[in-house]
Write a protein of this length. Structure first.
Length: 107
């Protein structure tokens, strides 16, 4: 049964989906983006990002030449995974708590 695009599967399944839908991305970006979105979904957001937003976000990051998550790239592309201004502000305020530095290494 196909997964609805507003849901996010387990991390390993999400990475498989991302690998198929955004083949230009490298494994490092796929894994770190999937983990980051999983932590974002744990926040109390009006509209948590689903798989469709994750695919859009990783696509945008790939087009920009991003190969691993760094704070500046997350901030400039956050609109792809946040649907409301309040959600964007919540995620921005929580970047340190989301462990961005744990999954991000400078390019």
């Amino acid at each position: 049964m196909p997964l609805p695009l507003d849901r996010v599967p387990e991390a390993s399944r999400a990475v498989e989906i991302l690998r198929r839908t955004v083949p230009a991305s490298n494994d490092r970006l796929l894994h770190s983006a999937s983990a980051f979105v999983g932590r974002v979904r744990a926040l109390e957001l009006d509209k948590p990002p689903g798989m469709a937003e994750t695919i859009d976000w990783v696509s945008a990051l790939s087009v920009l030449g991003v190969t691993s998550l760094v704070r500046s790239d997350v901030v400039r592309t956050l609109g792809a995974i946040t649907k409301t201004v309040d959600d964007r502000l919540s995620v921005l305020a929580s970047l340190d708590d989301l462990g961005l530095d744990a999954v991000a290494l400078e390019r």
